[in-house]
Design a binder for this molecule. Structure first.
Ligand SMILES: [Zn+2]
Length: 377
């Protein structure tokens, strides 16, 4: 297999480079040297251009060779020389995000003994899946504080390749997953770990970091973080939400939660009261409608209010419809089957009680149903 010189390790800040095509496999182009990092270790592959051909992403071949993937158009011929140019904004963001992830994983471990089992980088934030079954927010906020300090202090980040045995002797927080020589990434005074990704040169470049939440995944806690631009947007968005809620509840910032709780309690009480009133209305409507023949009720309240108050036995069918297009039928099963077969009803039930819905206007539906039920007159 062709050998590609991987310059993204030597100088992660190199944005463009003259390169030559040495092999083409379908839409995958292999170059004699590259500054494009192939996807790996939770970090997405680089995109950019080779001459004027857009490179959609970069993947790792079976032997680790970077494959420059062309999304559209024709692959260049072997021997073509052109300028390889990174989508620097994309790449630099992921360098910063990857460095922020190291920082968070390192601090979780050094401050709280929490290990990292998996990481994922995205354009709007990264996740650190931990080996802990529960982590209080106070711990995650202490990590956020320490990470912010490290960003402000400006710790140098650098990488070196060492022999496997020398790497083992470092007793790093994460076991080494590769054989042969090992790439160690250092954050001055904070962390050293084996990693094949590309990182920023100093923690200061990360700019900002924000703890953005956690979730349970399998039996572990996965923590969510944002750095750089997404961290700024996240805090700004949170403030917008607070301002909107403050206006909505006519409450000062510190009173919003209490006010929301009060409104929520009041709402629950109102719902309970409305339900009681609906059942009272249903009972009156039913009394009025029940006589010595089928009863038809076009109800202003939801048919569900009638659920508990229908007579246990029945002499005549009762059909109740409401303005939301729902119906309640109390009567013989065969008669309901006939109604359902004649009119467009969705629904069913048992023990002479049937629930359903219909698409017609309620009064039209009720008239049509009346004809089906009393049709043999
Ligand atoms: Zn890394």
């Amino acid at each position: 297999m062709a050998m590609t010189e991987k310059l993204y390790y030597e100088n992660p800040y190199l944005k463009e480079l003259e390169a030559e095509v040495i092999a083409v496999l379908g839409s995958a182009v292999i170059l004699d040297k590259t500054i494009f990092y192939p996807e790996g270790g939770g970090q997405p592959g680089d995109c950019g251009w080779f001459g004027d051909i857009p490179i959609a992403t970069t993947e790792k071949g079976d032997d680790g060779t970077p494959l420059h993937i062309i999304a559209e158009g024709i692959a260049p011929a072997v021997g073509t020389r052109a300028k390889l140019q990174l989508d620097w904004e994309h790449r630099y963001f992921y360098m910063k995000e990857h460095s922020a992830q190291h920082l968070v994983s390192a601090l979780l471990f050094s401050m709280h003994g929490i290990g990292t089992v998996a990481v994922h980088q995205g354009e709007d934030g990264f996740t650190v899946e931990t080996n802990a079954s529960d982590i209080p927010d106070s711990i995650l906020l202490s990590v956020e504080d320490a990470a912010s300090d490290a960003i402000r202090e400006g710790h140098r980040i650098w990488q070196e390749e060492v022999e496997h045995s020398d790497a083992e002797a470092l007793h790093m927080r994460r076991s080494i997953k590769v054989g042969g020589r090992v790439r160690i990434v250092h954050i001055e005074g904070i962390d050293e770990v084996a990693c094949g990704g590309v990182h920023a040169g100093n923690t200061r470049e990360i700019g900002e970091i924000a703890y953005a939440g956690k979730e349970r995944i399998r039996s572990h806690i996965r923590t969510m973080w944002k750095c750089a631009g997404p961290a700024v947007s996240f805090r700004r968005k949170n403030m917008e939400i607070v301002r909107a809620l403050s206006a909505l509840f006519s409450a000062e910032r510190q009173d919003i939660v209490r006010e929301a709780e009060r409104v929520s309690t009041e709402c629950s009480e109102l719902k309970r009261n409305i339900r009681k009133l609906e059942e009272r209305i249903a009972s009156l409507e039913l009394d009025k409608a029940l006589s010595d023949g089928p009863a038809f009720i076009l109800s202003d309240i939801p048919v569900s209010a009638y659920d508990g108050i229908l007579p246990s036995g029945f002499l005549y069918p009762i059909l109740i419809v409401d303005g939301a297009g729902r119906l309640l039928f109390h009567g013989d099963e065969d008669l309901f089957a006939k109604l359902r077969g004649t009119l467009q009803i969705k629904g069913g039930g048992r023990n002479n009680l049937f629930h359903g819905s219909f698409a017609d206007s309620p009064s039209d539906f009720l008239n049509a149903a009346r004809e089906v039920i009393c049709g043999n007159d």
